[in-house]
Design a protein around this ligand. Structure first.
Ligand code: ADP
Length: 542
């Protein structure tokens, strides 16, 4: 027997319609790529998204077509999120920080029909265009005044002109909620980039989940500034969450340095933000140097890579900002787990609480997870056993877009994340490694992430990476690679002594190497494949 409730498909256009109707005068503020601040409202954003959908229709874009974006967090990118998906096409956000060869691969693989780009990326798209034969036109996300006098692009269109030619009032089509809405490629840390194709349904369910009190805990009274880029994993869902709850949204454009962010936090009364640890470390240094304090910022999400305890503690104790640690990936939309303490943990000492908060947190509803050993047997939730992390749920990838081996990804109904983790008795996930990075010493596993987190707690260390290097007796042993803070110095012996008593003695790295900088992926993660190449043939003193 079926239920007797209205059957309305979940659609992304419904979010902006809701915001325009019930929060029509709430502001979206953007720091423009062209310079200056732009302000308008959800009602304006809705009207312009409709004009954009009309313009795309006039250009011949139809349901299922991919339309690419190469853009910062700004109001036009926000309109593209709604205009493209709302009309039934696929909003393909492209990460401009990838290598040009990867960008060409992605654009051709996705078969993007049009690419919308910010002024910053004009030289980049001029370079890419000759290798992207499927692209019918390139749209500069600006006005006539900013169109280049001369360009090698085959067909250059102007965003504001496209919109101006359209009347208001595009009727959003109604279609199956499983229709594809947006596309994001993984950063190709370990392989060629792979496309994750989200649906309207998965996006809406993920947006509801993101707003929950134990997740982002945001309401209509918040002012959200996503530092996480809209060009990678939909800025962790914030461009959808903000209209869902109707709160003010602040989009920082290209200026992601600490001074620009702080200025915007203060000027716009930002209460909540989200970003990767590197961004927050930069902000912390700035706040300390300037002896500055936030007037309104009270909570932040950190994710994308492991959050060192030192960062959590500094923001909480020195700056009065609560950081929630979260884990996720492109394939999980991206939110998988978020860390909030349970009631009984509130009576623990501050240090015990920080130790729990350093973990990646508990599964949000919509994400089921388990850890398994090499034979696929499920491991206990005791916070000690670590194994491969598998997840499943309605906003987890089922297959990659135009995959060469369709149907193979989740044959047993679970997606293998490629992460290695423990889960404790309270359900808190702790990512100990990527499976390719885990160090296997004498048949036992050593967590490179735990060692890196400890190393950066040393006052002289700016950044650290730990990789396994061959060892005649143990198979592999950890090598610590360190970047020191400017003007700071520490000897290898002193640094290794710092680990004493903090980890099992056999986890202690065997050696330390100092470098000027560490290699990173386009999404700011340590590029350990490169480090392993750089240190191939490294011999440890036995
Ligand atoms: P990629 O495209 O490289 O897969 P994603 O942005 O999808 O990039 O990153 C997902 C990966 O990032 C996860 O599988 C995990 O290894 C890592 N990651 C994400 N959040 C965390 C976190 N809080 N702690 C540790 N690792 C994390």
């Amino acid at each position: 027997m079926l239920g007797l409730m209205m059957s309305q498909p979940l659609r992304i256009a419904g979010l902006i319609e809701h915001a325009a109707k019930w929060h029509g005068d709430t502001e979206i503020v953007t720091r423009l790529t062209e310079g200056g601040i732009h302000r308008y409202t959800y009602a304006d954003a809705h009207r312009r998204s409709q004009q954009l959908a009309g313009a795309l229709t006039a250009l011949g874009v139809s349901m299922g077509d991919r339309v690419g974006t190469l853009a910062w967090n700004n109001h036009r990118h926000f309109e593209l999120y709604y205009g493209i998906s709302g009309m039934g096409a696929v909003c393909h956000t492209i990460n401009p920080r990838l290598f040009p060869e990867q960008l060409v691969y992605i654009i051709n693989h996705a078969q993007d029909r049009y690419i919308f780009f910010d002024l910053t990326f004009l030289p980049l798209v001029e370079k890419l265009a000759p290798a992207c034969p499927h692209v019918l036109g390139w749209v500069l996300m600006s006005d006539q005044a900013h169109l280049p006098a001369d360009t090698s692009l085959p067909l250059l269109l102007c965003y504001e002109d496209l919109l101006n030619e359209q009347p208001a009032g595009f009727n959003w089509p109604v279609f199956d909620e499983n229709t594809a809405s947006s596309l994001c490629y993984t950063s190709g840390t370990t392989d060629q980039p792979k496309g994750v194709l989200y649906s309207h349904r998965s996006t809406l369910l993920h947006s509801y989940a993101a707003g929950l009190p134990d997740c982002f805990n945001c309401s209509v009274r918040d002012v959200i500034l996503p530092v996480v880029p809209m060009f990678h994993v939909n800025a962790w869902g914030i461009p959808y969450l903000a209209p869902l709850i109707g709160c003010k949204l602040v989009l920082p454009g290209p200026g992601l340095d600490a001074a620009s962010l702080f200025e915007l936090f203060e000027a716009e009364g930002v209460t909540f933000s989200a970003g990767v640890p590197t961004i927050w470390f930069g902000l912390l240094t700035f706040m300390r140097e300037k002896q500055a304090r936030f007037s309104t910022l009270g909570k932040m999400i950190v994710g994308g890579s492991s959050c060192p305890p030192a960062l959590l503690k500094a923001f909480d104790v020195e700056l009065g900002v609560t950081i929630r640690h979260a884990w996720g990936m492109t394939e999980t939309s991206p939110l998988g787990t978020v860390n909030t303490l349970k009631s009984r943990q509130l009576s623990l000492s501050p240090d015990e609480q920080f130790a729990i908060q350093t973990k990646q947190g508990r599964a949000i509803f919509g994400v089921d997870m388990k850890i398994v050993d090499d034979s696929g047997a499920e491991l206990p939730h005791n916070g000690v056993a670590f194994g491969d992390l598998l997840v499943r749920g309605p906003f987890i990838v089922a297959d990659y877009f135009r995959s060469s081996s369709p149907g193979e990804l989740t044959q047993d109904g679970w997606f293998r994340t490629g992460d290695v983790a423990t889960i404790d008795a309270d359900g808190f996930l702790n990512i100990t490694d990527r499976s390719k990075d885990v160090i296997k010493s004498g048949g036992e596993w050593i967590s490179s992430i735990d060692l890196e987190n400890l190393a950066v707690a040393h006052p002289a260390v700016a950044e650290a990476a730990v990789i396994g290097v061959p060892h005649p007796k143990w198979g592999e042993r950890p090598l610590l690679i360190v970047v020191c803070k400017p003007g700071q110095d520490v000897s290898p012996e002193e640094l290794l002594a710092f680990f004493d008593g903090k980890v099992a003695s056999w986890w202690k790295p065997d050696a330390v190497e100092f470098v000027n900088q560490l290699p990173h992926t386009a999404t700011g993660k340590l590029l350990k494949t490169r480090l392993r190449q750089d240190f191939a043939g490294y011999t440890l003193a036995v």
